[in-house]
Design a protein around this ligand. Structure first.
Ligand SMILES: Cc1cc2nc3c(=O)[nH]c(=O)nc-3n(C[C@H](O)[C@H](O)[C@H](O)COP(=O)(O)OP(=O)(O)OC[C@H]3O[C@@H](n4cnc5c(N)ncnc54)[C@H](O)[C@@H]3O)c2cc1C
Length: 410
């Protein structure tokens, strides 16, 4: 058994884990990241970043490098029904320089963060290291046990951070209850098709509404379109019974500009990945010696493109609390709860906002949402209230900044 001592043991090398690791390293702490995957490929993960996330990455000094690895800028979010655009959110109206949505493969973001972390002597990466148990002393968490290609490790730490995603093992090991909330009445079938990069102008992120099954479409770097077809919750089996020809035709009819691509490129039901859409939150985000961040603390619908933003914001808010906890030599739940207390209200607000968005954009049939949708679309597209809502979606209810004043190195 290998023994490692560190200040902070972060489980999960996703956006929350690696952004937090870099903030702590830059503030002079020692950090170990255990990441079960050996590769940075995260298929069917968040690719769209909101301006709030761009700001934080820029403050952390990684935005330019991540973008240089390849990305697309989207200037608009549009909801299209038939030949009418019902909602047209123009991000170019936001203040520069973060006045766009960024479509960036997660591996570009994660590689940039990881390369920067690697420059610090205090950084250890357990690549392929899967956390399997918590180390506890007197009821407080003091590290983890992890297994990986290089053997078994015992990690001793001041505090463990569970940043291991929506099905968090750390949350389960810590016996923290998780409330799953099936507020969305749809699932999503995702697939990617090769497509030439857009040339004439910045492409948009678009939702096409067609006979009750909205489809989200955006260009993904370097040469593909990412398509998400929404289905009634647990409705996939019924649809799949009719075979790939039926599914292909349904999707092709829903998104006329991409119909040719879909008819030639979508050849098998195996090309589709079914995503169970749910929201959820851990009952508590802290225990003595342990704290949860990102999706492990709160999971959101992927369709509002909020998950990465929120994960990065969690990291930025947790960073000063953890540095102070190290200085004060206490990682009691009472101390760590400062982060949860400061954050939970905003997370609840975002959850409510996403439910409203989903009801407005994805609701089926001819109910009140269908009548109100064009009116609300006009309100958001054409009035100052719309700009206020856009700013909220882009940056979240409360602006968050990286505490660069705590950095001791570049
Ligand atoms: C299909 C889909 C599309 C999405 N689209 C968007 C989008 O466009 N925009 C957006 O902002 N968000 C989107 N999201 C959500 C976004 O991907 C997540 O909110 C975001 O990745 C959360 O970051 P995280 O670091 O908290 O968790 P994750 O990104 O899930 O990272 C967790 C990490 O922990 C590792 N891990 C898990 N268990 C262990 C263990 N036991 N030991 C060690 N490591 C472990 C995993 O391998 C992973 O690398 C989407 C999600 C899905 C599923």
């Amino acid at each position: 058994m290998n023994e490692i001592k560190t200040d902070f043991c972060i489980v999960g090398g996703g956006p929350a884990g690696l952004a937090l690791a870099l903030m702590l390293l830059r503030s002079g702490a020692r950090v170990l990241v255990a990441e079960r995957s050996l590769s940075l490929e995260r298929e069917y993960r968040g690719e769209i970043l909101q301006p709030g996330g761009l700001l934080l990455l820029d403050q952390l000094g990684v935005l330019e490098g991540a973008q240089n690895r390849g990305c697309f800028r989207h200037s608009k979010f549009r909801l299209v029904e038939g030949d009418r655009t019902q909602l047209d959110i123009d991000y170019r109206k936001l203040p520069e320089p973060y006045n766009y949505l960024l479509s960036i493969p997660q591996r570009h973001l994660l590689s940039e963060l990881l390369d920067r972390c690697r420059a610090y002597e205090g950084f250890t990466l357990l690549a392929g290291g899967k956390a399997s148990a918590l180390r506890e002393e007197g009821g407080a968490v003091r590290g983890i046990l992890a297994k990986g290609p290089e053997g078994e490790f015992t990690v001793h730490s001041h505090c463990v951070i569970g940043a291991d995603g929506r099905y968090s093992k750390i949350r389960r090991l810590a016996d923290i209850e998780h409330e799953r909330n099936d507020v969305f009445d749809f699932d999503v079938l995702w697939f990617k098709l090769p497509a030439p990069p857009p040339t004439d102008r910045d492409p948009d992120v678009q939702i096409f509404r067609y006979e009750g099954s909205p489809v989200i479409v955006y260009h993904s770097w370097p040469g593909s379109v990412q398509i998400g077809w929404t289905l009634p919750h647990k409705g996939y089996r019924e649809v799949a019974k009719h075979g790939i020809e039926h599914v292909r035709e349904e999707i092709a009819r829903a998104v006329p500009p991409y119909a040719g691509l879909i008819r030639s490129g979508l050849t098998s039901l195996h090309d589709l990945t079914l995503l169970d859409v749910f929201a959820g939150a851990a009952k508590s985000w802290v225990r003595d010696g342990l704290v949860l961040a990102g999706d492990s603390a709160h999971t959101h619908s992927p369709l509002g493109a909020q998950g990465i933003n929120l994960a990065l914001q969690d990291a930025a808010l947790l960073h000063p609390v953890l540095m102070e906890s190290l200085r004060e030599n206490t990682a009691d739940a009472g101390f760590l709860r400062r982060y949860e207390d400061a954050r939970r209200g905003d997370i609840d607000t975002v959850m409510r906002m996403q439910v409203m968005q989903a009801k407005g954009m994805f609701a089926r049939g001819s109910g009140p949402a269908a009548v109100l949708r064009p009116l609300i679309g006009k309100l958001i597209t054409k009035t100052p209230i719309g700009m206020k809502i856009t700013r909220r979606i882009a940056y979240g209810p409360t602006p968050v900044r990286v505490r660069t004043d705590l950095f001791t190195t570049d």
